[in-house]
Design a binder for this molecule. Structure first.
Ligand SMILES: Nc1nc2c(ncn2[C@@H]2O[C@H](COP(=O)(O)OP(=O)(O)OP(=O)(O)O)[C@@H](O)[C@H]2O)c(=O)[nH]1
Ligand SMILES: [Mg+2]
Length: 450
């Protein structure tokens, strides 16, 4: 059985970067640890669960409800899906919370320009102030009504993103009509340019038009749209959006991992100082900690990387693979399997490395001594979170590569926007003692399909 104490050279945890060391030093030096830790937890929660309201508007039948289902990763027939189809029409702004991140709500707005909803007065009727930004959908030509709405949104000082959806239809038509000269990228370019031209004829401009299919979230401009939305959100909402993004590229995984890694020292500090109680049965490790904080964090890691039974079953269905083939790639416990017992097991198995990590923190963080006896608990918790996150991210990476292979085969070629390899860490790092390297966590409970 592998434990955290079984060292794997070269697989060392990234240490704190200089900014984190500075912040950590200041936090520890500010006194009254429980109150400081509580504030840290609140700040973390605010970033992770920031409220985000996204309005999805467009012509009747443009694909608004289908787009919302795609963003929420639910099928049109799943419970709670936005109703779609050729006859259904959304008449009132309807909220659709993200199934796993209910702090993020997509609002299905009535089609603009329908007899009931003319562009004039539309924004007032849909309570425009409620939304962080608008996504405007067009499925064919950009109509006068949509341009009017875009203008009104701009006047109100809100942002909108222009999406031209159903490009799968255009691509298929082009492929059929001109098989000899068919070039998907050229067709997409023409669609984007045409939308821009139509918009500028109406006296409007946007930096770019996103050409996508609601049926293919990992193709065409869908990933770019997600990337853009995330990057343009204010800081405290960006992380909430990132964590809810589907794990469809290695770059997304890397970003999630980096964002979660940055929080580990804060979580570890909160877990070892807020309401902490001695943890029994950990010989040689005087660990006192709030086990619930750890358990919640480990489940959150699984959730964000798609290591949940339901999500994996759904993925296997989508890829047309047996569930066992997908689950065979996963070595970590799933979100549903995180128990108090498992957390204690993980804490105990890393005790030797935790001692070494403790030495590292003592050297790297000038005020670390303030933690006194809680310092060793801090190190144990830090190591547990860090190791678990690494393994969850590795599992997710294997799943992403499998999904990309499958989708690529199905589409008969590479995706329009092949995901770039993740970039290396941006910040310089302080050296870590070699012995503090994490190794795989002990095997968790069975992950066999339910
Ligand atoms: N080929 C293709 N069809 C799509 C796409 N998006 C939506 N559709 C289809 O277009 C039709 C209308 O989609 P909806 O999502 O119901 O459109 P809507 O904008 O919500 O319609 P209303 O609520 O009536 O205004 C449905 O049959 C969808 O399956 C897409 O990207 N590609
Ligand atoms: Mg609809």
């Amino acid at each position: 059985m592998e434990t955290q104490d079984s060292q794997s050279p070269g697989n060392q945890p990234p240490p704190l970067n200089p900014d984190a060391i500075r912040e950590f030093t200041e936090v520890l030096g500010s006194g009254n640890m429980p109150s400081v830790a509580r504030k840290l937890m609140e700040a973390l929660k605010t970033a992770t669960y920031a409220k985000l309201d996204v309005a999805v508007a467009g012509e009747p039948g443009a694909g608004k409800s289908t787009f919302i289902n795609a963003m929420r990763q639910v099928g049109d027939e799943d419970p709670g899906a936005a109703p779609t189809g050729v006859v259904d029409t959304t008449l009132d702004p309807t909220p659709y919370p993200h199934p796993r991140y209910p702090n993020i709500t997509l609002w299905d707005l009535p089609g603009v320009g329908s007899p009931e909803f003319q562009a004039e007065g539309y924004l007032e009727r849909v309570a425009f102030d409620r939304y962080d930004f608008f996504i405007l959908l067009a499925s064919q030509r950009l109509t006068y009504n949509l341009a009017q709405l875009a203008r009104a949104i701009q006047r109100q000082g809100k942002k909108f993103y222009l999406v031209r959806c159903k490009v799968d239809v255009d691509l298929e038509a082009s492929r059929r009509r001109r098989p000899g000269s068919f070039d998907a990228e050229r067709v997409l370019g023409e669609i984007r340019r045409d939308c821009q031209d139509q918009l500028s004829r109406q006296g409007l401009s946007v930096p770019r038009v996103f050409a996508l299919s609601n049926f293919e979230r990992s193709l065409y401009d869908f990933p770019l749209l997600e990337e853009t939305l995330e990057e343009e959100l204010p800081g405290h909402k960006r992380q909430a959006f990132l964590l809810a993004r589907p794990n469809n590229s290695l770059e997304v995984l890397e970003k999630k991992k980096a964002a979660l890694e940055e929080q580990i020292w804060k979580l570890a500090l909160a877990a070892c100082t807020v309401n902490s109680v001695p943890v029994p049965g950990l010989p040689g490790l005087p660990t006192a900690c709030e086990v619930a904080i750890l358990a919640d964090s480990l489940s959150d890691y699984c959730r964000s990387f798609g290591l949940e039974r339901g999500a994996l079953e759904e993925l296997a269905r989508e890829l047309g693979l047996p569930q066992e083939e997908v689950q065979a790639l996963i070595r970590s416990p799933l979100a549903q399997d995180i128990t108090r017992g498992l957390v204690l097991q993980l804490l105990a198995s890393g005790s030797q490395s935790a001692q070494l990590l403790f030495q590292y923190f003592r050297r790297a963080v000038p005020t670390f001594g303030t933690l006194a006896a809680a310092g060793i608990s801090f190190a144990a918790i830090y190591l547990t979170l860090r190791t678990f996150l690494q393994h969850v991210a590795e599992d997710a990476r294997r799943i992403v590569l499998l999904a990309q292979r499958q989708r690529g085969q199905r589409a008969g070629g590479p995706p329009r926007h092949p995901p770039p390899e993740p970039r290396g860490p941006a910040k310089a790092s302080a050296p870590l003692p070699p012995a503090a390297a994490p190794a795989p966590p002990p095997p968790g409970p069975s992950i066999s399909p339910s």
